[in-house]
Design a protein around this ligand. Sequence first.
Ligand SMILES: Nc1nc2c(ncn2[C@@H]2O[C@H](COP(=O)(O)OP(=O)(O)OP(=O)(O)O)[C@@H](O)[C@H]2O)c(=O)[nH]1
Length: 401
Amino acid sequence: MSNDTLFDLTNFSDLLLDAICVVDAEGRFLFVSAAAERIFGYTPGEMVGQPMTALIHPDDLDRTLQAARDIMAGRPNPHFENRYIHKDGRTVHIRWSARWSEKDRFRIAVAHDISERKRAESLQAALFAISEAAHAAEDLSALYRRIHAIVSVLFPGRRFTVALHDAQHGRADAPRDEAGRLAVPLRAGESTIGALVLEGGGDGAPHAAEDLELLQYVGAQIATAIERKQLQGRLLHMACYDELTGLPNRGLLNDRLKQALARARRDGSRLALLYLDLDKFKRINDTLGHEAGDRLLQAFAVRLKTCVRETDTVARLGGDEFVVLIEDQALPDYAHRVAARIQHAFDAPLGLDGRPLLTRPSIGIAHFPEDGDDERQLLGHADNMMYRAKRQRDASPLASG
Ligand SMILES: Nc1nc2c(ncn2[C@@H]2O[C@H](COP(=O)(O)OP(=O)(O)OP(=O)(O)O)[C@@H](O)[C@H]2O)c(=O)[nH]1
């Protein structure tokens, strides 16, 4: 069988999906089959005479040149993969099988386009990484940072934004359908929580549809991750904060007190607890109703917070009982000064539906280390002191029913 009798090899190779490339010792294309145009975007006429290095992805250049040297030294790597830049600017992934012909002094290589497989692999890796991030990220902003890192691998060189719907103002700050910009909605169940926006590289319009598809997959996963993180955040908040007043609850107070005690022991510093219980609060409930009682507790919490520093913890233990944890006392009698400030603040009535209501707390104080070694002893002492204050109040001739 000879070339000229049975086959015209050029016509035959036109049928292949893989491209046959013949490159000389200097790395210039001598011949490429018709499939090269489908893979690289250039016609054989445009490629022949060009150095292959002009088309190789710059990050893959060195190892490609090394692979070429290996082939010429008789050590071909049958699974060599690298990236080329397609005529339209996108990256194509190629798997090569190549051989060096010493007699002809050229390399003959078959290029198999594996871009689809690579795309599927990186999409799968991104989806998995996003779902992992939803578990591992500490909070929403840590999750966004992880998502940004993951998506920038998937869409290198593109600008990417997660725009969340602003529930308070009823808008999503996401641009849509503008030139060079792709946007997909982030859907959680029936509602749209925001949008995913990809910018840059949009002039490669032929691939906008592929990018959009990728973005939709990623968007679905990101929406799930954000929703999961938001739910975790809400559950965590519910576990640590009092629903009525938004103040830290007993559990969170205990944690903070434990940590504060550990610091105080280590530094040899002091701390104080104020235990507050509203006077005659039951009467408010009985006369104005439970709902009015709730609003009074909320108003009380707001004013109480104005009496202490940002760094002090104001917690609601439950019912009409509150605790203030004071660290870093500036002066030895600092806690008594704060208690006096609180009493003074409640000399003025709280307003409830335009009606002034005089609401006072009884306050007990405990100091570390004088009044207890641990949180239980300190809270117990402050509670006892608060009851002592109430008894004094009840015994006072000014006390009212
Ligand atoms: N509105 C409302 N009331 C509550 C809540 N939790 C507890 N209470 C009520 O708060 C009242 C607490 O009363 P106490 O502290 O025992 O009694 P008091 O009337 O304040 O009397 P003294 O403390 O002795 O001055 C009870 O009537 C509880 O039913 C709540 O979340 N909302």
